[in-house]
Design a protein around this ligand. Structure first.
Ligand SMILES: [Zn+2]
Length: 272
């Protein structure tokens, strides 16, 4: 269901989603992603350049070794939006983050929109109260592995299982009522090494089809424009609430929600 270039492109496959996040896991005020040096404000750690490189590398290997048969994202078909609106799904990766996740939740509440939070197990352990809030406010959770290992596909089946089950356990402790149906692999679309383990765990893969590249910290207006220029019905939109300075993502969100609705789109939750 990859229906746009962004999703199919190298960057997307490479997982913008994550270049980043290997940092995300290291600390929670985190790090930085890719950004190429301008590590921002609250983040502090360096390693940007290295991430960028790895990103590139991953993108290459992702293209060659990912899913050559489909070449695209594996996402569920979205339920129709209310009143004939076109469905899209907003996803926020690498949290929960103590600064940005609450701001994003406030914004979603103000606009009566629901989203999927692809949480990292280590972050869930650090901020269980945020996971509870996500669930209490009617959003969905997605298992995004425990340590955000961008090399997950190279690990043993046992390790992959552990990454998934440790995250599930952390979520279950934080929010016992949470129904977690989805899994998103760190740094890339799901790979053939990981997909069967996800299936055995009873989870549905949730890749993305529209990559905002917000991890590169474009300004908010660029994030908004990128989404509006590319969005198509059924898109799963990749954004980040964790893994680095997400203040521009927060700033963009209200405009994104308003503009999507003005264009006939409605954020919906996918069904597994
Ligand atoms: Zn991620």
């Amino acid at each position: 269901m990859s229906n746009n270039t962004s999703a199919d492109g190298d960057d997307a496959a490479s997982g913008s989603d994550d270049a980043i996040s290997s940092d995300a896991q290291t600390d929670d005020d985190d790090s930085d992603d890719s950004g190429g040096g301008s590590s921002g404000s609250d983040d502090g750690d360096g390693g940007d350049g290295a991430d960028e490189d790895r990103h590139g590398t991953e993108s290459g290997s992702g293209d060659g070794g990912g899913f050559p048969d489909t070449g695209g994202a594996e996402v569920p078909e979205l339920p129709a939006g209310p009143g004939g609106s076109s469905p899209v799904t907003l996803t926020f990766d690498d949290g929960p983050h103590p600064t940005y996740t609450p701001q994003i939740l406030d914004m979603l509440a103000a606009h009566e929109a629901k989203a999927v939070f692809c949480v990292v197990g280590e972050q869930v352990r650090r901020h269980p109260e945020l996971v509870r809030r996500v669930v209490d406010e009617g959003h969905a959770l997605c298992n995004h592995s425990y340590s955000h290992d961008a090399e997950l596909k190279t690990r043993s089946v046992e390790t992959i299982e552990q990454e998934i089950s440790d995250t599930a356990a952390a979520i279950a402790e934080a929010a016992p009522d949470a129904d977690v149906a989805f899994f998103r692999q760190p740094a890339m679309y799901v790979t053939p090494e990981v997909a069967p383990v996800v299936e055995d765990a009873g989870l549905t893969v949730l890749d993305w089809t529209l990559d905002t590249r917000d991890w590169k910290r474009p300004d908010a207006s660029t994030i908004v424009a990128d989404i509006l220029d590319q969005v198509q019905p059924g898109d799963v939109i990749l954004l980040h609430d964790g893994g680095g300075d997400r203040s521009n993502t927060v700033k963009a969100l209200a405009q994104v929600l308003i503009a999507l609705r003005a264009a006939g789109y409605e954020p919906v939750l996918p069904t597994a």
